[in-house]
Structures are given as C-alpha cells and as structure tokens.
Design a protein around this ligand. Structure first.
Ligand SMILES: Nc1ncnc2c1ncn2[C@@H]1O[C@H](COP(=O)(O)OP(=O)(O)O)[C@@H](O)[C@H]1O
Ligand SMILES: [Mg+2]
Length: 349
C-alpha cells in the first residue's frame, strides 16, 4: 500500500530510561534526586539495538513478557517518543528527519480503552469527530461509521456514551476509531489484553480479516498471548529485555527449535511414579505434565522424543503399567510456547 517496499524498518534502535523507584519518605528521595542531578542515575535499557524489517501488507506480531520493551518500540514507531540511538522508518519515512510524515503514516491503538474517546459524546459522534478531524467527506464518514459499527457488533450502542459502556465495548470503540482513517500502517499495543473471549475474538477477526486482509494495512501488534500470535500473524518476533531473539513465521520458528517428535496424552489416575517412568523411557528428552483435575488425577502430558524416536508406544505401555487410564493420545506439533521457552529460558506468563 505504501509502494515503498518495507512498511517498517528499525536499525539499531535503542532506548534507555532512568530507573525510578518510589521513595519511601523525603529523606529517601534526596539521594535519588542528587544522583539524578549529577547524571548518575541507575538506568534501564528498554530497547537494546533492535533491527527489524516488516514488509508491506504483513500482519506482524511482537511477542514478549511484561517489561520486554513492546510498548516502548510501538511508541517510538508511532512518534510518541524518541529513541536514544538508532533509527526507524514508517511507510518509508524516517522518524527523525521526516517525523511529521512518519507520524501521519500510522494509526495507534493504545492499551486499556481509556484514552482517545470523548466521554460525553455518543459512540457515533466519537466516530464522526474522528473522521472530521481527519478531513474526511461527510458521506465517507457515515459509510465507514456504519460499516465499523456492524463489524465490531456495536450498532446497538451507537447512541450511547462511552462512560456507560462495558470495558469490552469501550475497547471496541477505540478499535473502531482506528478504522475511520486508512493509514498504511496500524500499530496495536496488546489489542486483546483483558478482554473476555467473545470480544477478543471479534477484535482478532476484525484485525485479521478487515484491517489486514481487506484493507491491506500493515499491522504490527504486540501480544503476550502466544496462541493468538500463532493463529493470527504471518511472522512474529520474540523480544526479551529489549533484544529481538528471533524473527520468522510461526511454523518456521517451531521447526527451527524442535525437530524430534512430540506425543500428547490425556490420562486419568496418573501418579507421580507413572510420570517419572515416562522420563525414563529410552530417547525421551523431556516430559511436561499439567494437572487438569486433581480428583480424577487427570494429567495433560507432553512427551518429547529425540533422535528420531517416537515415544508413543513406550508411553502407552508405561502409563498402562502404572495403572493410569489413557483417554486419548496423539502426535503433536511443537507450539510457539515451546519456542519461547527454548529461546528465553522461562515461560511467558
Ligand atoms: N517512562 C518510563 N520510565 C522509566 N522506565 C520505563 C518507562 N517506560 C518503560 N520503562 C521500562 O522499560 C522497560 C520496557 O517497558 P515496556 O516497553 O513498557 O515493556 P512491555 O510493553 O513489553 O511490557 C520496562 O522495564 C519498564 O519498566
Ligand atoms: Mg506494554
């Protein structure tokens, strides 16, 4: 849509914040203040040399735990904050030298659904105001409002004010506001966080089908829901402590970290010795079990076989001998969670 190749590039992007600790009392605050004035404050590196290239039309996911640097990266690309080092382009415009154009090239969804709405104006007045501020013709404003209200299941809320909407409905309104103007790039910071499953699903479908596929807008969304990233995104980048650890399509990332076979089993009456015996099967490299129902002793188990070994037969035999009742067993793919675990060294949540 931009006709300029990459929709977003970043080169050596770096951001450092002063570490702020709340002072317990004014005596405590003094040393911090003096340190600050002397330029000796503790620092937190939020982005540590991020190189990224997102192609035109991609739906790209930025995956990271709390504090990984996702919001900082999005704020810099949205020109809401300046980096301390490196540079970036949005729709081909440099964020330093062509800042106005870079800023105008993206729409931003900030978290929470609390900002950017007129509280005592109705939902449709909010949409109209957004359109008018962007200089759209009245007929186009009407058409886009009606369309987006329908798509986000908000039509019956058109005449209500945001103050009295539920959190999910208010969030959908902030998503709807993005639809009024068609920028080449859309930046979304955790677009489905804290939403109930129905609203999250509506928002996901809207992003993928309408914003990305139908309108052709390039989307960069951050998330810490790995399944969401896996289902929605063409490519993802994993960010931890301000560094990009990997960047590829979910399927290639999964293949790159694990080439053995995985078996998934649901079994009742699973005992500790039974699980231990699984680990002892020849060729098994790892066993991960999650208790699903304590009363039934129901476990959901993933067993990893290395060196071309399929652990299915051995696992069924071991569980049977330990008195467990296998409900089902199947071969499984590695998940993005396993990719994350391998690269970052801990689980995301
Ligand atoms: N305005 C700020 N002042 C000081 N530290 C900040 C500020 N914004 C973010 N940070 C710190 O930078 C790091 C990255 O934050 P952030 O980009 O918000 O992460 P994420 O969005 O992935 O949770 C965190 O350690 C956070 O505490
Ligand atoms: Mg954040």
């Amino acid at each position: 849509m931009t006709g300029r190749g990459a929709a977003i590039t970043t080169t050596g992007l770096r951001k450092v914040f002063p570490k702020r600790r709340p002072a317990e009392n004014w005596m405590d605050a003094m040393p911090q203040l003096v340190k600050g004035l002397a330029g000796r404050q503790d620092r937190k590196v939020a982005l540590d040399g991020v190189d990224l290239k997102i192609e035109d039309g991609e739906l790209f996911g930025l995956i990271g735990a709390n504090g990984a640097g996702k919001t900082t990266l999005i704020k810099i690309l949205a020109c809401l904050m300046r980096p301390d080092g490196g540079t970036a382009t949005v729709a081909g415009y440099d964020i330093h030298t062509q800042r106005m154009m870079a800023k105008a090239s993206s729409s931003v969804l900030k978290g929470g659904g609390w900002t950017g709405v007129l509280w005592m104006r109705t939902v449709s007045q909010n949409l109209r105001f957004q359109g008018e501020m962007s200089g759209l013709a009245p007929a186009l404003i009407e058409r886009r409002s009606a369309e987006v209200l329908e798509l986000l299941d908000l039509t019956d809320k058109a005449d209500e004010v945001p103050w009295y909407l539920s959190a999910g409905q208010r969030h959908k309104l902030t998503v709807a506001l993005l639809f009024m103007v068609r920028t080449p790039v859309v930046l979304m910071d955790e677009p489905t966080v804290h939403l109930d499953p129905n609203v999250a699903q509506t928002v996901r479908r809207f992003i993928k089908e309408t914003v990305n596929t139908k309108r052709g807008q390039t989307v960069l969304m951050s998330t810490h829901y790995l399944q969401e990233a896996e289902l929605m995104c063409d490519r993802v980048a994993i960010i931890d402590q301000g560094r990009l650890l990997a960047c590829d399509s979910p399927s290639r990332l999964k293949r790159s970290v694990y080439d053995g076979s995985i078996v998934e089993i649901r079994a009742d009456r699973c005992t500790e010795p039974g699980l231990e015996a699984l680990k002892a099967i020849h060729g098994v490299t790892q066993v991960r079990a999650r208790l699903q129902d304590a009363a039934l002793g129901r476990q959901s188990i993933r067993i990893y076989g290395g060196n071309g070994l399929n652990p299915m037969a051995g696992a069924l035999e071991v569980l049977g001998a330990a008195g467990a009742e296998v409900k089902w067993a199947k071969s499984a793919e590695p998940s993005l969670e396993e990719v994350y675990l391998k690269l970052v060294g801990r689980e995301i949540n």
